[in-house]
Design a protein around this ligand. Sequence first.
Ligand code: BG6
Length: 518
Amino acid sequence: MEKTVNPGLSALDEGRKADEPCTIVIFGASGDLTVRKLIPALFHLYKDGQMPEAFRVVGFARRDKTDASWREEMKAGIERFSRSPEVDSKQWDAFAENLFYHRGDLTDAKAYASLGTRLADFGNEQLANNLVFYLAISPSLFGDVVDRLHDAKLLHRWEEGDPFWQRVVVEKPFGHDLQSAHELNAQLVKHARERQILRIDHYLGKETVQNIMMFRFSNAIFEQLWHREAIEHVQITVSEDIGVGSRGGYFEEAGTMRDMMQNHLLQILSLVAMEPPPSLAAEDIRNEKVKALKSIRPMTPESVAQQVVRGQYFAGTVNGDTRKGYRQEERVDDESNVETYAALKLFIDNWRWSGVPFYLRTGKNLPLRASEVRVQFRPTPSVLFAAQGDLDLDRNALTLRLQPDEGIFLRFNGKVPGTTIATRPVRMHFGYDAEFGAYTPEAYERLLLEAMAGDATLFIRRDEVETAWQFVDAIRAGWGDEPLSNREFYAAGTWGPEAAEDLLAQDGHVWHNPQPSK
Ligand code: BG6
């Protein structure tokens, strides 16, 4: 039965398990995501005893394969892509018995009818009717697949008291602007309730991103300082040390603002900025997140010019590795103006954050891969140390390191031992690995588990997606067709265009670049 009480973040308990028998149907079973992420994640959940007692996985795709050949392919995928590539053959065989391949064309009604027969043949009502439909396919096909699932009586709008449930899992991009997202969402909810639609932002599946909320609301020392009177500004950095690789074609349509800012960075922002929810229920949490997003001051063409910087990499070296420029990448126009970097300053116009700048930046081919939230506190009054003249007191700062080397650091001033009154910034450091051991489940493990358990907390609600698009659309409209200027290019392996430094310098701040792993 569909859960009416949402366990929310109690899911952080070790040993959480999806308890109702169900079948996961993966549309796009021949694709990369299935072999690299989904099946390895399901196998991990299985090994950890987190799958339901009875489950099936059905891969739906057009290519001609048998159950046996698909199983072999998936096994090879685990050996190649999984975080623990050693496959115990006994465990694998037991898991693989539950994998089936269903050949069919997404646009062919008969393929859905035969899928229904196949599900019924499992001989268990729950396996045939508790269904997670994972759409690992182009968003342009979402509407069609949902219609056909409905026509084949495989997807039902959930009503209170229904003995079975169906859920539809979709991946970004959720549209390319507000209008298209709106249309896509309308197609998705045509035959299902919003709560049956689970939109994935894989950043929400990351342990450290989930910890943002727990950290804020369970620690009095920080919770009491989490507002405009104590915080001077906040920096959110998601840097990548890779270029667009083979995804040039996709990137030409997307650009960093749509690919990263609209989703991952604004999601992190909403968790950093949200008010405490009345409970840990999914809807309560998502209500607060969307409220934070709605409080972002909208961008105007003038504020875009002053508060947003875009950039594109040209050839350079990242960690000794030579990289070509974006315009030289495969399937990229050699005069492309698409951004591979974006930095911006925004304000959240609510009681808590009034006047506090939030600086967000993300880019490809930067010096290293790291995601961080850095909260910089206001200084103490300078009266006491004024007589010391050049005593340069550092601002206290709290850094949530989201990946890699997951941890939390607090930077404060300490007196240098000796007879002078010199101070020096020192750090307190909590590392996940040191504290909890190497526990690094892939985001997809957590997200698939929640999809089966019916907890929507880690998925994005329709109004979150649409509010984020509204913000991003205004920025893109501000850019218009204006080509990139010289100041907007950066060499691969550097921290982005110069203009991004000026964005903070004009407020008397500097970017704090994440440090490399030790
Ligand atoms: C994806 C983007 O959503 O996130 C990619 O489409 C990006 O362009 C990726 O590389 C980054 O994810 P992660 O988990 O490696 O930080």
